[in-house]
Design a protein around this ligand. Structure first.
Ligand SMILES: [Zn+2]
Length: 320
């Protein structure tokens, strides 16, 4: 597979202050691991998203507020980079892509934004491909442990975009939209729990919906040493990447774009991004987890498994 990596030296300079510190170490680690010497890897510079597309997604009032934060220009470049990943796939230059981001996107909606998000990166990608390449159907899979409320609202009534959203904690009951499902998993969930939910739900939903592209919102804040819910490891992230690769090959010719979402721990960023990019490009790798994870009490483990299984069953029953 040929994998495109979208990166700008402006991201670690101008990105959101809680997200940017991880970027340079993660990018430099790819160099250390000689990723860019592999013929399967191509590196691209982003170009800013067009005002026209941004205004299709967000209200003018909201954009005035975003501009006041000082992050508008870098968010525009980031969203443009995500859109570029899609264009490169449709031009046949690459098969899949990993887009670094200076700000996340899934908490940016039509008229609100929060949580280090200013412009909805996935929405800009979707709109660009709809407009320029006549792509019709998209499946967004969000495994950032925070609820992707912005993306949820934007695509709530869009029958061409399916939003499969997983998040940690909250009311532990799945929520259904017209073409979307939000699956809460207990905060203490580990690799096996999150993987189980993704594996059980992704493929049947994708088979049923028939997307032309899979978009993965990947937040390593789900790592046990990072700031979000769940207790995942680097191995968990790479296994999720493998599951997405498998499904994208089966359903949409391997078309898969990973958008970097939350996370601030630089060691976690280094290992997990290296592992995911290697998985996308099908390069052998040995990513290491960054720290010791305490054994989980068997009772808690089972309790979590039961909630996860129950939610997966509910979703399958409701959707298929
Ligand atoms: Zn998050």
């Amino acid at each position: 597979m040929t994998t495109g990596i979208i990166w700008s030296d402006r991201y670690p300079e101008e990105g959101h202050m809680l997200l940017k510190e991880r970027l340079k170490p993660a990018f430099n680690y790819l160099k250390t691991m000689k990723i860019f010497e592999n013929p399967n890897i191509k590196l691209y510079e982003p170009i800013p998203a067009s005002e026209e597309i941004i205004q299709k997604i967000h209200t003018k009032d909201m954009l005035v507020k975003v501009k006041a934060t000082g992050y508008y220009e870098i968010a525009k470049l980031t969203a443009g980079g995500c859109a570029l990943a899609g264009e490169l796939i449709w031009k046949g230059e690459i098969n899949n892509a990993f887009a670094f981001t200076a700000a996340a996107g899934h908490h940016a909606s039509k008229d609100f934004f929060w949580g280090f998000c200013y412009i909805n990166n996935a929405a800009v990608l979707v709109e660009t491909l709809k407009e320029k390449h006549n792509v019709k159907k998209f499946l967004i899979v969000d495994t950032d442990p925070h609820f992707g409320d912005g993306t949820w609202e934007i695509f709530e009534n869009d029958e061409n975009v399916f939003h499969l959203e997983f998040h940690g904690g909250g009311p532990l009951d799945p929520k259904f939209g017209k073409n979307s499902v939000s699956v809460p998993l207990p905060s203490e969930s580990r690799d096996e729990h999150v993987l189980y939910a993704v594996e059980k739900l992704l493929e049947p939903i994708a088979e049923n919906f028939g997307p032309e592209l899979l978009i993965w919102e990947f937040g390593h804040d789900a790592h046990h040493q990072d700031y979000g819910a769940w207790q995942l490891t680097v191995h968990g992230f790479t296994k999720i990447a493998k599951t997405l690769m498998k499904t994208s090959k089966k359903i949409c010719d391997g078309k898969l774009i990973v958008l970097l979402s939350g996370g601030s721990n630089e060691n976690v960023a280094k290992q997990s991004i290296y592992g995911i990019i290697s998985t996308l490009a099908e390069i052998p790798f040995k990513a290491e987890d960054t720290g010791y994870l305490l054994e989980q009490n068997t009772d808690i483990k089972e309790e979590i498994s039961n909630v996860v299984k129950k939610n997966v069953e509910k979703v399958l029953k409701n959707l298929l």
